[in-house]
Design a protein around this ligand. Structure first.
Ligand code: SF4
Ligand code: F3S
Ligand code: FES
Length: 248
């Protein structure tokens, strides 16, 4: 006789959330526990939204796209950085501890200012195409055909959503606040590959050939292990370092 599998009993999830408002001098960081009935295909984002709508409207966390595209919902989930909107509660134990990503300015509870950090990194590394054609408004020099294989290689690196998980996962970034992180080194590699960018290898290497750049990386590999877009970050960094050594 064919057995019909019993429906799995739904769980009551216990979410312990690190609460803190850095703008309130009376606020002390503490864990607050919320209980949520687990539903089918529930993500952490859905669980947090339910808490905010039904239990505590003051709970702060960020989201925009709910689809792993905007990079705004990064947080520490049971000790590991990840995206709340791409994390299914069924893949987690009943007890879930959530904390804000470290290394970024805390806005409140689970919300951090990754945008400010990313903007600072981008300005330091000048992560935009440097081409005199912009000054001359010479569109032809900017719109050159590109080999499909190269375009694909650049596109692969552009999949970064600037979520900050690689920075939060990196011991170097936690110790040295000026370290540009795997995200920064990935961006430098991206612009170095772009044939429209007129900077020389030496100019690129000047930007990242420091302790705040490739020489700060201790090959801890947390960045590559935890990047939600599965970018080959440690491989990129090793490549950049080898090129710099070869270029003398
Ligand atoms: Fe996020 Fe990966 Fe980009 Fe780092 S490299 S910011 S982990 S998408
Ligand atoms: Fe950090 Fe990744 Fe290097 S975790 S130390 S940037 S390999
Ligand atoms: Fe956009 Fe999660 S809400 S990546």
């Amino acid at each position: 006789m064919k057995r019909i599998p019993l429906a799995q009993a739904s769980r009551t999830l216990r979410l312990q959330v690190l609460r803190h408002n850095p703008r309130d001098p009376a606020s002390e960081p503490h864990l607050q526990t919320f209980e949520v009935e687990e539903a089918d295909s529930m993500t952490l984002f859905i669980a947090l939204t339910e808490i905010r709508e039904r239990q505590d409207p003051s709970l702060q966390f960020d989201f925009v796209c709910r689809a792993g595209i905007c990079g705004s919902c990064g947080m520490i989930i049971n000790g590991r950085p990840g995206l709340a909107c791409r994390t299914l509660t069924k893949d987690l134990p009943q007890d879930i501890v959530l904390a804000p990503l470290p290394a970024f300015e805390l806005i409140g509870d689970l919300s951090v200012n990754t945008g400010k950090w990313m903007r600072g990194m981008s300005e330091r590394l000048e992560t935009w195409v440097h081409n005199q054609g912009f000054a001359r408004l010479d569109i032809d020099s900017l719109e050159q055909p590109m080999e499909p294989a190269l375009a694909e290689q650049i596109y692969e690196l552009e999949r970064c959503i600037e979520c900050g998980c690689c920075v939060a996962a990196c011991g170097t970034a936690r110790m040295h606040e000026d370290f540009v992180g795997a995200v920064g080194l990935n961006q430098v590699t991206r612009f170095r590959l772009d044939p429209r960018d007129e900077r020389s290898d030496a100019e690129f290497y000047q930007l990242v050939g420091t302790e705040a750049g490739v020489f700060g990386c201790m090959t801890l590999l947390g960045c590559e292990d935890l990047c939600p877009k599965e970018l080959p970050l440690a491989t990129q960094i090793a490549f950049l370092r080898r090129r710099m050594v070869a270029a003398g």
